[in-house]
Each structure stands twice: as structure tokens, then as C-alpha cells.
Design a protein around this ligand. Structure first.
Ligand code: DC
Length: 235
């Protein structure tokens, strides 16, 4: 193990704006420490996909009541994928990693994640998954709501243009036809909706450390993390 003295497992909360590279960062951190990585955005996306595929969206408008009434029927689980070095998300036993990051899901996920009943369920699942610690969880409310006592909280941010370009290249690589403008629009709108929703809005926890990774390479991000982690666990 890389950090010999760091036997005590902790919870690492990674929150921040859309498309900041939170998941990439959190996944690498988890691999470094032998921790479990949990992408909570994938859970909100999975519920959104379910809503789209089960007649809860009409003309782009979410039928909240219908979705809330169906929540008991939605079964979400994670299964480790050794090729990716992380867990893939499944809905009702179906692998949905390939479907949850499309622009149609991105355009609706803020509406779904603003619903109190949806959040209550997913937060309870997340708390259960992190009960034994040794997790790196990324999302919007991890350091504020899910694990307010997390030993290490990181809040990630970067310029919207930088974030949009990253998301654009990611979607291009997957062959999705989408314009840069559409992505910038989606990111700016999601930032706004995430920050202004009534329940658990995106905000930096008071004790979170800010990481603006706009001009950083992944290697630099890991160096930054190593120093922070060593300080946190008292090496
Ligand atoms: O991290 P992401 O972009 O895949 O997340 C998708 C959406 O889910 C995001 O717009 C806000 C919502 N979300 C949330 O409300 N709370 C979380 N803990 C994670 C994501």
C-alpha cells in the first residue's frame, strides 16, 4: 500500500460543478488508496434514464408524480468492472453505463435530482455504501449532506469553457453528435439548477478544500492530492 501509515480508512467527499473531472479524479484517488469509488451522479442519471424509459417524460417534461410513485420499483446496483477499475451501474439488472451520459439524460437529470423523494432514497443508499469507510464518493452534496463528517472534503471547480471542452471531447469520442454550444448551454444551466434547487443545493462545505483544476494535468492533481492526504492522515 502506498501510504504505509494510513491504515485508518476514511471517507473522502469530492463535490463540485458538472464536468470538472470529479469522477476521473475520484477514481484515481480510490485506486491509489485501495478505496471504493462511488459516482453518485451515475445514480441520479440512472433514475433519470429509468424515468425516460418508463413513460415518466412527456414532450421533455418530467412527470414527477409518476416517477415518485414508481421509486420502489427502481432497482439500482453497482458491480465491479475490472477493465475499468471501477464499478458499473445497473438498473433492474441491466448494464446502463452506455446510456446514462447521453445529452437527453443530461438535460433531464437536474429535474430528477431536485425531487426530495429521489434524493432521500439515493442518499440513504450512499450512506449505506460508505458505512465502513474506505470510500471516495463524488457528487454535489457528499460533504454537506451525505457525509457531513467526512474526514476529507474536496470541492472541485474549473472554468465552464474548459469543462465544456472536456465534455465535448468525451462525447465526440463516444460518437455522440452534439455541438459545443449545446454542451456549454447544458453545463451553465446545470450549474445554475444544481446551485439553486431547494433541497441539498450544490455548495462548498465550510471545511472543504477547493481544487481548481482548470490548468492542471491529472498528474499534478494527484500530487496535490497526495500532499493533502498525507496532511489529513497525519503522515
Ligand atoms: O456528476 P454528474 O454530472 O454525472 O451528475 C449528474 C446530475 O446529478 C447533476 O446535474 C446533479 C445531480 N447530482 C446531484 O444532485 N447530487 C449528487 N450527489 C450527484 C449528482
Amino acid at each position: 500500500m502506498r501510504f504505509s501509515k494510513a491504515n485508518r480508512k476514511i471517507v473522502i467527499a469530492v463535490d463540485g460543478f458538472s464536468s470538472c473531472g470529479k469522477s476521473t479524479f475520484a477514481k484515481l484517488v480510490a485506486a491509489r488508496l485501495g478505496y471504493i469509488f462511488i459516482d453518485t451522479g451515475a445514480m441520479y442519471r440512472a433514475v433519470t434514464l429509468w424515468a425516460i424509459e418508463h413513460d415518466c417524460v412527456h414532450n421533455g417534461i418530467l412527470d414527477e408524480e409518476r416517477l415518485v410513485a414508481s421509486l420502489d420499483r427502481i432497482h439500482i446496483d453497482f458491480r465491479f468492472n475490472p477493465d475499468r477499475g471501477a464499478s458499473d451501474i445497473y438498473v433492474d439488472g441491466e448494464w446502463v453505463e452506455g446510456k446514462i451520459r447521453t445529452i437527453s439524460v443530461s438535460n433531464l437529470v437536474s429535474a430528477v435530482s431536485a425531487i426530495g423523494e429521489v434524493r432521500a432514497r439515493l442518499v440513504a443508499m450512499q450512506q449505506e455504501m460508505g458505512r465502513d469507510k474506505g470510500v471516495v464518493m463524488d457528487g454535489r452534496d457528499i460533504g454537506t449532506v451525505v457525509f457531513p463528517d467526512a474526514e476529507l472534503k474536496i470541492f472541485m471547480t474549473a472554468d465552464p469553457e474548459v469543462r465544456a471542452e472536456r465534455r465535448y471531447l468525451e462525447l465526440q469520442a463516444k460518437g455522440e453528435q452534439v455541438s459545443r454550444e449545446e454542451i456549454v448551454e447544458n453545463i451553465v444551466l446545470r450549474d445554475h439548477l444544481d446551485q439553486t434547487r431547494a433541497i441539498s443545493p450544490l455548495r462548498k462545505a465550510e471545511d472543504a478544500i477547493v481544487l481548481d483544476n482548470g490548468g492542471m494535468t491529472l498528474e499534478e492533481e494527484m500530487e496535490w492530492f497526495d500532499a493533502l492526504f498525507a496532511k489529513t492522515v497525519g503522515e
